[in-house]
Design a protein around this ligand. Structure first.
Ligand SMILES: Cc1cc2nc3c(=O)[nH]c(=O)nc-3n(C[C@H](O)[C@H](O)[C@H](O)COP(=O)(O)O)c2cc1C
Length: 191
């Protein structure tokens, strides 16, 4: 079974980012994937403190909700990280996750290598491309495989639900979900 995890990096539950992740996961499920949506706003993930203990112990010793999120990422074939744009960047919640997950992955021998991954980004007006690139750097650094879509995975919206009016943004997210499953099937020899 193909497992795809969609991580919502907005501090606002039920907002545009969550809607966009939901659309992506629905499209992936239509192609046969087992999907899970995970909200960072329900979790406490503190920033990396740079102690580098993980390099020796292969564990992150900060006491918060990071570990179960990391474990779910490791168990998944596909990982989506989605963020609203906050001052032309990903949210601090997303940044804390990628810093710690990226460092711990390396400490454990690059556990995300050859998984499939990708980003989704929502903003009111500007900063999508920058934030999209910011998140892609994580996947590419980790040796992951990033599928394309029918456009870059960016969408517009301010108040919760507005993103649904961005038809092309929704379609791009859905196409990305399908492409993710297409790639994973071939990597696993299922298609
Ligand atoms: C602190 C803060 C900073 C923001 N910065 C930007 C920005 O740089 N560019 C932009 O277009 N929208 C910006 N926005 C708007 C959000 O990206 C937009 O409302 C988005 O839909 C929120 O996603 P959500 O509903 O998932 O929380 C900002 C919103 C907040 C709260």
């Amino acid at each position: 079974m193909i497992k795809i995890l969609g991580i919502v990096g907005s501090p606002r539950a039920g907002g545009n980012t969550e809607i966009l992740v939901n659309e992506t996961l629905k499209a992936a499920a239509e192609e046969g994937a087992n999907t899970e949506l995970l909200r960072l706003c329900d979790k406490e993930i503190k920033p990396c403190d740079g102690c580098r203990a993980c390099r020796k112990t292969r564990e992150c010793w900060i006491n918060d909700d990071f570990r179960p999120v990391f474990d779910k990422m490791v168990e998944s074939d596909g990982i989506i990280i989605a963020s609203p744009v906050y001052f032309s960047s990903a949210t601090p919640q997303v940044k804390a996750l990628i810093d710690r997950a990226g460092y711990l992955s390396i400490a454990r021998g690059r556990v995300f290598e050859n998984k499939v991954g990708g980003a989704l980004v929502v903003a009111r007006r500007a900063g999508q491309n920058f934030t999209f690139a910011e998140l892609l750097f994580f996947f590419l650094h980790q040796g992951m495989i990033v599928p394309g879509s029918s456009y870059w995975n960016v969408a517009f919206g301010r108040e919760p639900g507005e993103v649904l009016k961005d038809g092309e943004g929704i379609e791009t997210a859905r196409n990305f979900g399908k492409k993710m499953v297409w790639v994973i099937k071939r990597l696993k020899g299922l298609g």
